[in-house]
Design a protein around this ligand. Structure first.
Ligand code: EPU
Length: 322
């Protein structure tokens, strides 16, 4: 009897705490998004915002109207001690329980400005395909490597996205950021440490980038882009939801080759499958859960390690509530 009451009391207290917690969270979120001019959605499913079409909900999803709106959001979130996560790159897997706190989409930051001497300023929410079309229309070369990359400009800066034709660091002249205090700061490329699929930036959110491009023949740029798009279409599973390459290439090796050699092409857990076309891609056949993808990643890593003695390092970023 006593035990039951004790358990009952404990359970009640826990329930009260949980209720209090969620009420205070709700209160904090209201304060965090107060006066925000952009879109605000509570409990927004993130699967609609990821190229993998996988992911649980964000407590709050905010699409700031402009950079000033984002600055206000950053200040208010800081005051309320609520974390902010910025969606951007497509090399992303959001866990099934979603992301706590505020998730930001920069999709309304979509201006492009031409500056003298081949410099283009692109706001962070622009998709790489849009930016590339703009560069081609101005006969500016330097982004051909990105043909077929669906991520945002900011996402590509943050992970120094690249292909065998080049990478983001080749073109970045400077970056505009919103710092953790909610101020706009500009950061020259010399203050950023770029390495393979990585950029060490000051803390903050990338909201724009100045790119140094080069004048070139439009036909020539178009030819390179077309050829490269054809190569990707022939070798990568572009028609199924995916998040790009799952693993980085180890030094002097290619992950796709190692995974294929380990006999894993087509390996499947739930609706997550190692692509039949390119073994370093995992595709979502329909209703894949993040937990399926994670289990498959573990299986691939383990098998390659056993068979080739090489530890693969993730390129894909896994985020959200474990
Ligand atoms: N290969 C296999 N089996 C496979 C896949 C590839 O044997 O299943 C072999 C190919 O036959 C080829 C070699 O591996 O001889 C290289 O393949 P690929 O040209 O596809 O290049 P990758 O190294 O696998 C890299 C980037 C891709 C980028 C392509 C094309 C990394 C981790 N990946 O792939 O980037 O699109 O080059 O430039 O660096 C990404 O980062 O998300 C991404 C997809």
């Amino acid at each position: 009897m006593t035990t039951i009451r004790h358990n009952g009391v404990r359970r009640q207290r826990t329930a009260d705490r949980r209720k209090k917690g969620s009420e205070s969270d709700a209160h904090d979120f209201t304060a965090v998004v107060s006066g925000i001019r952009g879109e605000v959605r509570f409990k927004a499913p993130l699967r609609d915002f990821t190229s993998f079409r996988i992911g649980g909900p964000a407590d709050v999803l905010v699409v700031p109207a402009d950079v000033d709106d984002l600055c206000s959001l950053v200040r208010q979130a800081r005051t309320a001690k609520v974390p902010i996560f910025v969606l951007g790159g497509t090399n992303l897997l959001v866990r099934d329980r979603g992301i706590r706190g505020v998730v930001v989409s920069l999709s309304k930051l979509s201006a492009i400005q031409d500056e003298p001497h081949g410099v283009v300023y692109a706001e962070g929410g622009i998709g790489m395909p849009t930016l590339m079309r703009h560069a081609i229309s101005r006969s500016l070369a330097g982004l051909e490597w990105a043909a077929g990359i669906p991520g945002t400009v900011a996402g590509c800066v943050v992970m120094n996205a690249g292909t065998r034709l080049g990478e983001m660091r080749d073109a970045v002249k400077a970056v505009r950021m919103v710092d953790p205090l909610g101020h706009i700061v500009d950061c020259p490329a010399s203050a950023i440490q770029f390495s393979y699929r990585r950029a060490r930036l000051p803390r903050g959110i990338v909201v724009g980038v100045w790119l140094q491009l080069k004048s070139a023949s439009r036909e020539r740029i178009q030819t390179v882009v077309k050829e490269y798009l054809r190569y990707r279409k022939d070798t990568q599973p572009l028609t199924l939801p995916n998040a790009g390459c799952v693993f980085k290439n180890p030094e002097h090796e290619v992950s796709g080759r190692l995974i294929e050699a380990a006999g894993l092409k087509g390996a499947r857990i739930g609706d997550a499958q190692v692509s039949e076309k390119h073994a370093n891609f995992i595709v979502n056949l329909g209703r894949a859960r993040a937990s399926d993808v994670i289990a498959l990643i573990k299986k691939v890593g383990r098998t390659v390690e056993e068979q080739a003695g090489i530890t693969l390092e993730l390129e894909l970023k896994i985020v959200g509530q474990p």
